[in-house]
Design a binder for this molecule. Sequence first.
Ligand code: COA
Length: 160
Amino acid sequence: MSNTVICPGSFDPVTLGHLDVITRAANMFDKVLVAVLVNSSKRPTFSIEERMELLRDATDGLDNVEIVSFEGLLAEYCKSRGVNAIVKGLRAVSDFEYEFQMAIANKRLNPELETIFLTADSDSMYLSSSMVREIGSMGGDISNFVPACVHDRIVAKLRG
Ligand code: COA
């Protein structure tokens, strides 16, 4: 099995919870591809370029992390990159059923593919990108929720 893993997501925008999972994966595996979903049926707040740039800056210093984007099925993308493991964060019991379903579906689509779950750290248990978007757009303080180096750019975008 290749020692490269994929951390997939929408990252709209990146949060400290995402960064926690990416950092821990980078400490465990040789290479981490952070794969940003290009979802044409959703209207993200941050464009694909913005989401990738925020992630690039947030992970600056993690030499084995690469930011990529993908369209279509994650299982197919993993196959095309020769990657056999997905790493995701599990925040609460409420995440479990959905994540379990996705892990099974991905394995059906690509039997080589394993999904590895890291339990979110206690500070990120409640965090989500939509919470960041809502608090930030209403002028609230999001400094405890997003990486410091990208905080100002996220705030500027959310306050429009
Ligand atoms: N810390 C903080 N927040 C986290 C988090 C973490 N560790 N992990 C997930 N989240 C949050 C996100 O911020 C997001 O919040 P929001 O809904 O409030 O915006 C929410 O959890 C969902 O995450 P998101 O990245 O949008 O989606 P997902 O985790 O459900 O899955 C993909 C995203 C890309 C993995 C999935 O949609 C996919 O594989 N798509 C490709 C199509 C495909 O293959 N479909 C079949 C799958 S079986």
